[in-house]
Write a protein that binds this ligand. Structure first.
Ligand code: BMA
Length: 925
């Protein structure tokens, strides 16, 4: 069951407005351009959602509807409703929209109210005169222009910026072209993991606000919790007091003598401290003031696994000179510092063996930490139907996976407030980004002004959340788009880099830092970090760009290699300070396919299955580019053929099921080997301090990089991630070219830990093998470090590489961060020195039973070693097992508990749980 989310008072902002009516209470209709379609609508909503609810279109996610329903995006749609709740005694009336997607022409009572052109901004209009002059019954109409057509019109405007198209089209369209000209979710025009619906509509709530003369309406807030004198990207001084900069953005008349009072409460509503905010600054649109809280007065907020997530309420009021309260705000906040340390590696660190260059890692509350996590894509193609419960389910999956950080990728939408609320509670850092990715962007003044407003609104809105970790300007700009255009158009590179700096330094940086100082910013992920910080300059970051020194290491890495001959080639993995993206795609389960695709298409090579694979993107609007989709299918196929037994089931549905599953095993094993590599890097010269795999979640049923399927099912990768993100792991480091094997214990703990490691070799039938090796049975491993515990050459030592499996385990005594007790950490891992396609697998004789009393399954391998044991379950339920895709030795039994996420089978799903392993890929039935 999804845990119900209770949205508490921390979200409230009270204002003394005469009346606030949610536009969702109006009776809305959506009407097509030629008026042939006119059906009831919701608010907030989007065109596809309302048309689907009214039966005008089929489920957009069904079969190839993405391509068939293009006409919806190529129309204008009008949302209209009679206005209700208007008070006649108001002095002024405003319309406030928290999000309109994207191009609108708004009329009230037949009169023009305004136009909008950015889905990420909040829009507000004074309609007092229109309302008072309105004779007839008022009608509010919002005409949404077709975003693809408006984008095309902008692109065709004479004099508008164009980018070179040869030899590589730098603005390569995923499906619908021209996304870079408009401020709409970039992936709405297509991406390599999702469809292109380019829907339109009022995607966030809106309000009709009326005032008496002195009232104000709180339209946004900013609360920056930082250390005194803290500057962005500079390591904060932990001994300094906390400073809270609290502000309110208002509509209405802000009196010049306004004051602000605050109260800091713990979650039991006990006052921690209170008083007047100092340095109150009043402008016509906002009021801000400061509170200073001595260090030690409050407990700190820590991420998942590193301590408790202590939260407080900050209540603050705006008071006029006569003492009456004009507005009250309550925000739930936390006290923590998080900074991106991109300083040069110190001489002392170089002397310890760390490679020269610059650091690139996060420090939390003054502690270096290893960030483990993944990348989040928009939770759905249609945001208005994303519920807090759904996001909670995703973030609980993250927490269960020992992850501390999720990168909210840059070409979707800014996180909803409730996503940060949940992340605050669960201790998940959200690395946030401005919504630009994989393109060059215009620098026309109107575009930059529009972006500035978007940055100010969203950075202020999200500023109070302790889960907010970082702001990046956009996705893959510095290390992908710029080098590409440098190669394609070297003669004009100065121009392109200048434009990049105009947008990501001169525009976004000041807009962010005028509003928040506690959070670090880099113009791009991935980047080489900064070269110099100079706060005497208006833009203090001097970017490193390509100004590097040979032998030095800078910045983060991003790694995709679709050539499966290289999949487990560790020397091909990137060596860097942090890995913010790495991935490989896999199919969702057959069960998920059955939810969105008709039975006749449940075949690996069916037109529907292939065309829903957008890696590689079609680059056009229709299905003609089958070739591109097939390339991604071929990559998965070759991955299986090289590294796993190739499924050849007689029954077609069973064969499809096996192929889907095999792609997941390959993806899981490949990404796991990268995580092992990056984590081991914490003790290597690169001092690698974080890895976030690509990608966490899905927005439909298709082959993608996700570790979770659209309905919340965990893929093999998610289970392997949970295991390999454990605090102290044991993992192989194998060179396939010369058979040299090393095994490392890697620890994320903040102090040295001591343990024992044990190694046992088996043949696939489960008989122990006698193997001599140089191993350390007892070891110590340093804080966030790695230590080698075994070394041998597999070819020289093993009688038959095809019939050998190494079982490795450790038991380590150490202290979990922020505790003073000793804990025993254990981890087990397996390794086969040959591709499983060539291994002498045997039937492990798996048996499964279920105990309703204990609420767990019991799985035993009776005849041999079982690789990637997989508990599978039917449609109708979503279940997260405590473990899956694990290995078993002969005679070993493992009990597996579970959490039910949703269930429409009345508990009957437990009767249909099956178990298999890689061996089952070899059988025909
Ligand atoms: C990177 C990401 C995404 C993309 C993914 C897989 O490019 O930043 O843009 O979806 O890899 O190709």
């Amino acid at each position: 069951m999804w845990v119900a989310t209770i949205l508490l008072s921390f979200l409230t902002a009270r204002a003394a407005a005469l009346s606030i009516v949610e536009l969702g209470n109006f009776d809305w209709t959506i009407t097509s351009q030629n008026k042939s379609v006119s059906v009831p609508a919701k608010f907030p909503s989007l065109s596809h959602l309302d048309l689907y609810a009214a039966g005008v279109i089929d489920n957009p996610l069904h079969n190839l509807n993405e391509f068939i329903q293009r006409w919806v995006a190529y129309q204008n749609w009008t949302y209209s409703a009679p206005v209700i709740g208007l008070k006649s005694d108001a002095a002024s009336t405003w319309l406030v929209f928290d999000g309109l997607d994207t191009f609108t022409d708004i009329t009230l009572c037949g009169k023009h109210v305004g136009n909008t052109d950015n889905m990420f901004r909040q829009w507000y209009f004074d309609v007092t005169d229109i309302v008072s002059a309105c004779k007839a019954k008022s009608k509010l109409s919002i005409n949404f222009g077709s975003a693809p057509l408006v984008a095309q019109a902008i692109a065709n405007t004479p004099g508008v910026e164009k980018w070179p198209v040869v030899p590589n089209n730098i603005q390569y369209p995923f499906e619908i072209p021209n996304r870079e000209y408009i401020r709409k979710e970039q992936s709405d025009f297509g991406w390599d993991w999702g469809p292109a619906f380019a829907s339109q509509g009022p995607w966030k709530p809106g309000y009709l606000v009326q005032f008496k003369s002195k009232d104000v309406y709180v339209r946004n807030t900013a609360v920056d919790v930082r250390k005194q004198d803290q500057l962005p990207l500079v390591i904060p001084d932990q001994s300094k007091p906390w400073v809270i900069n609290a502000s309110i953005d208002l509509i209405g008349n802000v009196p010049s003598g306004a004051k602000m009072n605050y109260r800091l409460l713990d979650l039991t509503n006990k006052t921690v401290c209170s008083g007047a905010l100092s340095d109150v600054n009043v402008t016509s649109v906002s009021v801000a003031g400061l509170a200073t809280i001595e260090e030690g007065t409050v407990d700190r907020w820590w991420p998942n696994g590193y301590g408790s997530q202590t939260l407080y309420y900050l209540d603050y009021d705006l008071v006029d000179s006569s003492g009456s309260t004009l507005a009250s705000v309550s925000k739930r906040i936390g006290f923590r510092t998080i900074v991106l340390n991109s300083y040069p590696v110190s001489d002392a660190d170089i002397a310890k063996g760390i490679a020269p260059g610059n650091n690139w890692h996060f420090e939390v509350n003054g502690h270096e930490m290893y960030m483990k996590g993944s990348n989040f894509i928009p939770a759905d193609c249609f945001w208005p139907r994303v519920t807090p419960d759904f996001i909670r389910m995703i973030l609980e999956s993250v927490k269960a996976g020992h992850q501390t950080m999720v990168r909210v990728w840059a070409s979707g939408a800014y996180s909803p407030d409730f996503m940060h609320d949940i992340a605050d509670e669960l201790g998940i850092f959200l690395w946030s980004e401005f919504e630009f990715g994989d393109a060059l962007y215009p620098v026309a003044k109107s575009f930059l002004d529009n972006v500035r407003e978007e940055v100010i609104y969203n950075s202020r809105r999200l500023s109070h959340h302790p889960s907010l970790a970082f702001w990046a300007g956009g996705n893959e700009l510095e290390n992908l788009m710029l080098p590409q255009i440098q190669q394609d158009d070297p003669d004009h590179f100065d121009r392109w880099i200048g434009e990049y700096e105009t947008l990501f330094f001169d525009t976004i940086f000041p807009a962010l830092f005028e509003n928040q100082r506690s959070i670090s910013y880099m113009p791009s992920s991935t980047s080489n970090g900064w070269e110099m910080l100079d706060y005497s300059k208006p833009i203090p970051i001097v970017p490193r760009l390509y100004n590097t020194t040979a032998g030095s290491i800078y910045g983060e890495t991003d790694f995709y290699n679709y050539d499966s001959t290289q999949s487990f080639n560790l020397s091909a993995y990137p060596v860097g300070r942090f890995s913010n993206e790495f991935g490989f795609h896999s199919m969702p389960s057959r069960q998920s396919w059955q939810q969105q695709v008709d039975p006749e298409y449940l075949n690996f090579n069916s037109s529907v299955v292939v065309l829903r694979n957008h890696h590689y993107p079609s680059g056009s609007l229709n299905t003609s580019n089958f070739h591109n989709s097939s390339l991604g299918m071929v990559e998965m196929t070759l991955g299986i053929e090289r590294w796993l037994p190739t499924p050849m089931k007689e029954d077609s549905l069973k064969n499809f099921t096996a192929w889907c599953h095999a792609t997941q095993v390959f993806q899981g094993a490949f990404i796991k080997s990268q995580i092992e590599f990056y984590r081991r890097g914490s003790g290597m010269p690169e001092r690698q301090l974080g890895c976030l795999y690509w990608q966490l979640n899905d927005q439909w049923v298709a082959s993608t990089w996700a570790s979770m399927e659209y309905d919340g099912r965990w893929k093999v990768l998610h289970y392997l991630g949970i295991d390999i993100y454990s605090p102290v792991i044991i993992a192989p480091y194998f060179d396939f070219t010369n058979s040299s094997l090393e095994v490392y214990v890697t620890s994320d703990l903040w102090s040295e830990a001591k343990g024992n490691a044990k190694f046992t070799w088996y043949d696939w039938s489960g008989n122990p093998l006698k193997v001599s090796s140089k191993s350390l049975s007892s070891f110590s491993v340093g804080a966030i470090n790695t230590t080698k515990v075994l070394e041998l050459n597999a070819k020289d030592t093993l009688p038959d590489l095809a019939d050998a499996v190494l079982f490795m385990e450790h038991s380590t005594q150490g202290q979990a961060p922020n505790t003073d007790t000793t804990t025993t950490f254990t981890h087990e891992n397996y390794f086969a020195p040959i591709s499983l396609a060539d291994a002498k697998l045997v039937d492990p004789g798996l048996k499964i039973s279920y105990s309703a009393e204990k609420g767990c399954f019991s799985v035993t391998a009776t005849k041999g070693v079982a690789a990637y044991v997989w508990l599978d379950y039917p449609n109708g339920a979503v279940v997260h097992f405590d473990a899956n895709a694990f290995w078993l030795r002969k005679g070993q039994t493992r009990e597996v508990g579970y959490t039910v996420v949703s269930d429409t089978t009345g508990g009957k799903w437990t009767d249909e749980v099956t178990v298999e392993s890689v061996w089952d890929l070899t059988t025909r039935d």
